[in-house]
Ligand binder design. Structure first.
Ligand code: SF4
Length: 295
């Protein structure tokens, strides 16, 4: 899932890293400069989750107003249910592998709280099992390949080389005006790449905001630079797993865009200002708040 292919590796080595070294990132846009403008949040009493800052699903940000000012709960749908289940499969499988814990798919399923998943088990479990098996094959193949190259490495070493990932790493985004309880999908600490997993849907430019935001938060807390981000798009097409990756340099332009979005969303909540609706044709039909806005 978070493993780079040969081509992606070439892109990283021959294009993205040289660009990051040559162009660089302005020092005021490194997360560790959270205490000075432009990173310093203007509204200190409001803290938002990362998805709220980064989502441009609603063109005007009215979803943020409805959720955080009006306290309206959106209607969950199948897309959200599948996203939750597949995110859970990926993170729980990888965490069990990293901790060298025996966890079967069936025992994982027993722990699902179905009251929180707005879908029938028979609709979401077949793709979940597919993703589970895919990860198992991939991790085991990588493990035995590395073991054959490093016969004197300990088991712990081999696992760390196979999956050099922090999965669902808990981190506070408070220095940047975000929630104190953020969770990072994956950070590859050998290659310093911030990953974000997206289930379903086609790539959009604004999807880059989330991993850039997590890179900024990581920089603000741990004071290490993160120049490269990657979005992993996981789709199921005709029962097949389809993976696409968007690997990119976390440039000044993207960092500035993230700051603009953060400031705009913080202002909506701090001022309690309804940003209004866009024209109806711009609203996605499956928006969680469609019935609230147009019901
Ligand atoms: S229905 Fe439209 S205006 Fe309302 S929250 Fe959704 S996208 Fe925004």
């Amino acid at each position: 899932m978070y493993f780079l292919s040969d081509l992606e590796h070439k892109l990283l080595i021959n294009k993205l890293l040289p660009t990051a070294r040559e162009v660089g990132v302005s020092s005021e846009l490194r997360g560790w400069n959270w205490h000075t403008p432009p990173l310093k949040p203007f509204y200190e009493n409001v803290k938002l989750p990362m998805y709220t800052v980064c989502s441009k699903y609603c063109p005007t940000g009215r979803d943020v107003y409805l959720s955080f000012v009006e306290g309206v709960r959106g209607a969950l749908n199948f897309k959200i249910a599948l996203g939750k289940i597949l995110h859970g499969v990926v993170s729980d499988y990888l965490q069990a592998f990293i901790q060298h814990r025996n966890l079967s798919f069936d025992s994982w399923v027993e722990k699902i709280r179905w009251s929180e998943i707005p879908a029938k088990p028979e609709d979401v479990l077949p793709p979940a099992r597919k993703v589970w098996n895919y990860l198992a094959k991939l991790c085991e193949a990588r493990y035995v390949e590395i073991e054959a190259r490093q016969p004197y490495a300990s088991e712990q070493d081999l696992i760390a080389s196979t999956v050099p990932f922090l999965i669902e790493h808990k981190i506070s985004g408070e220095l940047l005006g975000l929630s104190g309880l953020l969770s990072i999908d994956c950070y590859d600490y050998l290659h310093a790449i911030m990953f974000d997993l997206k289930v379903g849907g086609e790539p959009k430019e604004w999807h880059r905001l989330a991993p850039v935001g997590y890179a900024l938060v990581f920089e603000s807390v741990h004071e290490v630079p993160i120049d490269i981000c990657c979005i992993v798009y996981l789709n199921m097409i005709d029962d097949r797993i389809v993976l696409k990756k968007d690997l990119f340099f976390a440039s000044d332009e993207l960092r500035n865009w993230w700051i603009e979005e953060r400031d705009r969303k913080l202002e909506i909540v701090a001022e309690g200002r309804d940003p209004g609706k866009p024209s109806r044709s711009e609203c996605p039909n499956d928006c969680m708040y469609y019935d609230v806005c147009y019901g």
